[in-house]
Design a protein around this ligand. Structure first.
Ligand code: ADP
Ligand code: ZN
Length: 627
């Protein structure tokens, strides 16, 4: 399937607008349908993954109908950046939030009436004030109101990952502006949340557009964690030497971990800093700003970081510990490659991670009242996703209920499994037999840690006091690390040879359906190891081929790219906007490759519309001409 709806029936007026304003030459298929619904004033729910291009879906209808769209959005910082980005494209937009003075707010309303702005962004709680409702009603009576758009619409649902009760009141806008279309947008994949959005907003016979959840531009990798800081530094350097200059986010489980790891990364020569909720507001703001403005490369953070961060060229997201669920993994890795360019998601895993989560849940459950059984189930799902050793793209898509066709010969080209970065243990059958007999001989009453101790030949008190040092399997796998055997046990679970049983928070391993035949060596079982550090080659810092593969720059071109990047940073600083708002990395790369020598040629570069050409064309042409 082509990524763009070329040769499609896109209205010429729309094609003209996206070329002139955004510098794009086509719409993506879902965008085309969502925009059509917006223009027709139909209710619509659009579910597209991060980077899928949702914002264009409400920006275009407002422009082509010439009527105002009001956009409910939860994050003020993002609104401001969006407005600035649109203004640089010559598209009139404004944000109403508590930082806007009364006079400025009146001016925004005047501009809404005279049609010089197409969008007003506001937080939901502001949209439902009586003052704003009155303005909305007036705009409606004057025939100036085109649509109401709800961004991050999953916030309306308590089943979503970021429930905000104030979103529930948005339904009230229906009474103020009857007959006006309401369009909701989210990246959240679960059907339950989708249904909830439709219900809570009272959408009428909505067009429901559900895109592919898969993010082809992300490359997923899992590596056994052994030397965390070295592994991260290695990954960051791999990206640097492949010529990519984007940011890295490293997620840790605790505040203490973020600080210790940031320190270690600095000692490795990286430009890194820590971020967590325990820091002063001033410090947090400065880390956020530095990362957004591209003056800081690596943020080592708790998962709190990222919600308000819209840096579109995050090229690497590392999980230093396994995330607590597949949903969380999807959400957090989703912060990579928002610009649609290739990016990497590296998970450093140790089987001990789930134990850490389980202890945290055990402690937290007493006071939070959360359902610990449910949380434990999510942890186990995450663990089996890792152990499945099948294409990560496929496994993730299927988890969210969507099939993904991957050519079994070629693989997806963007995950550790398909790229052959795992190694099959030549002794798989024998090793599996030993592990299974250890479980059997210890009476199927112990957890993974104890089973590993026995086969590795531990003389520890727990092993000796139970006489497990006298078993024939004792010490048979002495050459294997605990982490490696832990991963093998996970794989045996995912293959149905073993089952994990949790009773009163203690986990034991028992035989599963095919346990006996694996123990007898009758199954052709395959156990694999992530090859770990160093195996991921530079060429593999890329997403899947789907028309979105990054343009690769050679050494000379990289020099030019860096020159353009420096220029972009200085323009961004002058204007007080994040650099990506000036030009995306993809546009800079296209400039380096295409080498336009005049304004006309420049206008053909993707991401450069008329307004940006007027504002930045000459300086960039000059920078391209410098040798
Ligand atoms: P989302 O809000 O769904 O995460 P965005 O609206 O931020 O996605 O768009 C993601 C990226 O895709 C942006 O860099 C944007 O410039 C780019 N993009 C969106 N639509 C198109 C298109 N039709 N052609 C080319 N690039 C596009
Ligand atoms: Zn794959």
């Amino acid at each position: 399937m082509s990524e763009l709806a070329e040769n499609s029936a896109t209205d010429p007026a729309i094609l003209d607008a996206i070329g002139r304003v955004w510098g794009y030459d086509a719409l993506r298929p879902m965008q085309e349908r969502a925009i059509a619904a917006g223009v027709e004033g139909r209710d619509c729910l659009t579910v597209l993954p991060t980077g899928g291009g949702k914002s264009l879906c409400y920006q275009v209808p407002a422009l082509v109908t010439g009527k105002l769209t009001v956009v409910a959005s939860p994050l003020i910082a993002l609104m401001r950046d969006q407005v600035r980005g649109l203004e640089l494209n010559g598209y009139g937009a404004a944000a109403l939030h508590s930082g806007v003075e009364a006079e400025e707010a009146r001016e925004i309303v005047t501009r809404a009436f005279d049609g010089s702005i197409h969008l007003i962004f506001a937080a939901p709680e502001r949209l439902v004030t009586s003052g704003f409702k009155a303005i909305l009603a007036e705009l409606h009576d004057a025939g100036r109101l085109g649509a109401i758009a709800i961004d991050e619409a999953h916030c309306i649902s308590q089943w979503g990952h970021d429930f905000r009760p104030e979103f529930r009141r948005l339904k009230e806008l229906r009474r103020v502006a009857p007959g006006i279309g309401m369009q909701a947008f989210t990246a959240t994949a679960t059907p339950r949340v989708q249904e909830d959005i439709v219900e809570q907003l009272g959408l009428r016979d909505p067009e429901v557009l559900i895109g592919k959840f898969d993010r082809p531009n992300l490359c997923y990798r899992v590596q056994a964690r052994n030397r965390t800081a070295d592994q991260i530094a290695e990954a960051v350097r791999r990206h640097r030497s492949a010529g990519d200059s984007g940011g890295t986010i490293v997620y840790c489980l605790s505040r203490k971990d973020t600080e210790a790891l940031a320190q270690e990364l600095v000692e490795h020569g990286l430009d890194a800093d820590a971020y967590h909720a325990g820091l002063s507001e001033k410090k947090r703001m400065s880390v956020e700003q530095a990362f957004l403005n591209e003056t800081l490369d690596v943020v080592v953070a708790t998962v709190a970081f990222g919600m308000g961060i819209d840096r579109s060229n995050v090229r690497l997201v590392v999980h230093a510990t396994m995330p607590k669920s597949i949903e969380a993994y999807q959400q957090e890795t989703g912060r990579a490659g928002r610009d649609g360019e290739p990016a990497e998601c590296l998970l450093l895993y140790s089987p001990s991670d789930s134990g850490r989560w389980e202890r945290l849940i055990g402690f937290g459950a007493e006071d939070s009242g959360a359902d610990p059984a449910g949380q434990l189930r999510l942890i186990r799902e995450m663990r089996s996703l890792i152990a499945a050793m099948t294409c990560r793209h496929k496994a993730l898509s299927e988890h969210f209920g969507q099939a993904l066709e991957i050519d079994p010969e070629k693989g997806c080209g963007a995950c550790d499994i398909c790229l052959g970065e795992t190694e099959i243990d030549q002794e798989s059958v024998k090793v599996a037999q030993v592990l299974m007999s250890a479980v059997a001989r210890t009476g199927q009453r112990y957890g993974a840690a104890h089973v590993c101790d026995v086969v590795r030949g531990s003389k520890g008190e727990k092993v000796v006091s139970r006489g497990h040092d006298e078993l024939s399997v004792h010490g048979l796998l002495a050459g294997y690390s605990k982490a490696q055997l832990g991963m093998y046990l996970d794989q045996l679970i995912s293959k149905g040879a073993l089952e994990r049983v949790v009773e009163e928070r203690f986990e034991t391993l028992r035989f599963g359906d095919c346990g006996v035949s694996v123990m007898k060596g009758a199954e052709d079982i395959v156990l694999s190891n992530p090859l770990g550090t160093g195996s991921a080659s530079k060429e593999r810092v890329r997403g899947r081929k789907q028309g979105r593969e990054a343009v690769v720059l050679d050494v000379d071109e990289r020099v030019v790219f860096e020159r353009l990047r420096t220029l972009r940073t200085s323009i961004a600083q002058e204007r007080g906007v994040p650099p990506y708002v000036v030009f995306s990395d993809a546009t800079l790369r296209a400039l380096v490759k295409d080498r336009p020598t005049n304004r006309n040629e420049m206008l053909r570069v993707k991401g450069i519309g008329q307004a940006k050409l007027d504002a930045f064309g000459d300086v960039f042409l000059e920078a391209l001409g410098d040798e």
